[in-house]
Design a protein around this ligand. Sequence first.
Ligand code: GLV
Length: 321
Amino acid sequence: MKPKCVVALALPNDIIEHLKVRYDVAAWSGSEAMNPGQLSDALKGAQGLLCALSTRLTAEMMDHASELKVISTISVGVDHIDIGAATQRGIPVGHTPGVLVDSTADLAVALMLAVTRRVAEADQWVREGQWTQGWQSDLLLGTDISQATIGLVGLGPIGEAVARRLRGFGCKLVGWNRTPKAVDGVESMALDEVFETADVVSLHTALTDETRHIASRERLALMRPGATLINTGRGPLVDEAALIEALASGRLRAGLDVFSKEPLPADHPFLSLRNVVLLPHVGSATLSTRNAMVRRALENLDAGMRNERLAWCANPAVYGG
Ligand code: GLV
């Protein structure tokens, strides 16, 4: 009998067929994520789980999945999985670091430009038929990245890749990292000072208990009037209620790819604000990056199913150090 493997998200048929060669696959094909009850049911008797960000995996669910021996997520972030609980139960969690660095850094820079040069707003303006006069000297004026100070919160691989791109723009770069780190062209600063100093603050930390609301109400209040917050990390890095107030008052601008609640509810206050560019969590959404992520996730899954060490493991403590 083939070992059972749950695929908790809709994936192209060729991937499912490829998995079926080795596993008894329980594949989810719904357009919405599996709810906790559906996932717990599916995990009964399963040894492997292939999932992504919309699958929340709690300790309780793991308790109901007594045969589970590998979790493989098609993401670098693992905040949707109770990592401590997985480690305690001896379950390695595979993730996909590295391969999405460039795509995510590109998108962060795209959001910076979209906000500072009012790209989304201008596109909407043209489509609404408002372009009735030719070139106008004061039309949709923005601000220049080249003259800005950009603050990077988190100087891991993605923060560094953003810095690499921005060096070409000629702007001033300042940054903070939890463990102080020298990055070419980036002046190190205390976290509060980054928020105080920068014209654009871009978040590049993983979501953990320590980084939740790293862009707190107090730090948002430190930002300069007219400054921009960019978030391509995770929604809960930001105190969204405080950000909404700062946007509504016109004090700040923002470019957001991630939200505490995804998808963004239809009545969410962000949707009625014009000084924020909103994207549907597409930081890694290029064909080649997504293919590379799936390849890594499948390698992790296969290794776990064979009781081998995962090449990209988010909880190496599971192997005893
Ligand atoms: C995307 O947000 C990821 O964590 O891969």
